[in-house]
Design a protein around this ligand. Sequence first.
Ligand SMILES: Cc1cc2nc3c(=O)[nH]c(=O)nc-3n(C[C@H](O)[C@H](O)[C@H](O)COP(=O)(O)OP(=O)(O)OC[C@H]3O[C@@H](n4cnc5c(N)ncnc54)[C@H](O)[C@@H]3O)c2cc1C
Ligand code: SF4
Length: 485
Amino acid sequence: MADPKGFLKTQERELPARRPVSVRLMDWKEVYEQGDMATVRRQAGRCMDCGIPFCHHGCPLGNLIPEWNDFTRRDEGRQAIERLHATNNFPEFTGRLCPAPCEASCVLGINQPPVTIKQVEVSIIDQAFANGWVTPHPPERLTGKTVAVVGSGPAGLAAAQQLTRAGHTVAVYERDDRIGGLLRYGIPDFKMEKRHLEGRLTQMMAEGTRFRAGIEIGVDISWDDLRARYDAVIVCTGATVPRDLPIPGRDLDGVHFAMEYLVQQNKVGAGDDILGQITAEGKHVVVLGGGDTGADCIGTAHRQGALSVTNLAIGKQPPVERPENQPWPMFPTLFEVSSAHEEGGERTFLASTVEFLSNESGEVRAIRVAETEFLDGRRVPKAGTEREIPADLVLLALGFTGAEADDITGQLGTRFDQRGNIERDSDYQSTAPGVFVAGDAGRGQSLIVWAIAEGRAAASAVDRYLEGETELPFPVKPTDRAISI
Ligand SMILES: Cc1cc2nc3c(=O)[nH]c(=O)nc-3n(C[C@H](O)[C@H](O)[C@H](O)COP(=O)(O)OP(=O)(O)OC[C@H]3O[C@@H](n4cnc5c(N)ncnc54)[C@H](O)[C@@H]3O)c2cc1C
Ligand code: SF4
């Protein structure tokens, strides 16, 4: 039962401070200060335990938010983490990285600032790790069935943990040299330090999940062989094909996809030496694209010592306040000022890049941009508005077009849908029997919370496929999308 007057006693949202920009730019640590539990408890106490908790529907995992808010308010951390883990394998990831659609659908948010749900979530799991409450849950008996999970991002990890705990023998194959997918090599440490990933992998290994890094399925082991070796396969290979910008000058030195750049810095952060690392040090940097990936490039460039950082987006600047056509409880598209934006640089909207310009050595020296105008619903450069922006390093953060096609299609006969994703039915099964698809590989580039939810659901489908029945939860269907009215 929630505190009936909590939301009246505490009307403000209180979040931990971000470290001062000048200090945090000198290191790669997370930007937030450690929150204090008294503030977290006050915020959790603002939850009204509504008759219809819309936040449940806002969260793709169906997190039991009012229940763990109440345990937190009462300082019952062990019960809180038990309820949180009931629906979410990895709250330390979502509590740091989720854009929190739950908060957009919080009932308090209709006429007050919503409960700081994401902050409560991360505080519960951080306290649980600190107190040693996160322990391995190995299965009581083994089924004798084997499952291969291909790809070790959040979808693959969630599926593997669910199936290992259900008693199946699970191996996770990853082509990178380290486990974690985009949690490892996409997302920079200033958003989530890798120790959180390591902590969870330690638990998973103790439960019996086996990890095989540095093995690319389709190359080192064929998809056919893998299917023959295991009773079921789950494909969690992500949506890794970057959207390109094929304009004049695209092949100049110094024009790179964002992921080439972010992976290298994450490897350096892990202690690797990268010969000829792409770095922003002493350069004018232009980042094309306004999403999470673009923001991660901006924060990385500032920490590497860029001379200037310019971020260009082709579309309009989103509104600051919820617009009328995206009413509560929808998850609105708003102008976001992430921690990386706060750290400097210039953001320009309605900017269409026309050409990359070269110096005498074949390196990029500037980009030519024009204002965007809308003609018959298309975005085109407006004549007469072109200007040059100096650029020694250009990073393309224009999104991803879908999953990689060649090997899996040729060797297993899976099909792709019109959006470039691997086709699957309502039970996550692809057109190849016994081969399931979860996360960005089937959904397209999305969010960590959706990847975990799909990994959990695909695990449930695989368990039923192998055993004829299952007790594992099935939180989302492949066709589910963010809350709409
Ligand atoms: C730079 C960046 C920042 C982001 N920031 C956020 C954020 O702040 N919050 C958020 O919610 N979402 C964020 N996202 C999106 C989020 O990271 C993804 O939606 C999520 O990681 C998808 O999980 P996944 O498990 O489906 O795939 P991925 O995390 O992409 O993992 C797929 C893995 O499969 C491996 N793989 C591929 N093919 C093979 C093969 N043949 N054999 C073996 N292994 C293979 C890949 O190497 C990779 O490790 C971000 C994305 C990017 C690119
Ligand atoms: S996972 Fe995301 S949507 Fe779900 S409760 Fe946490 S912050 Fe909210």
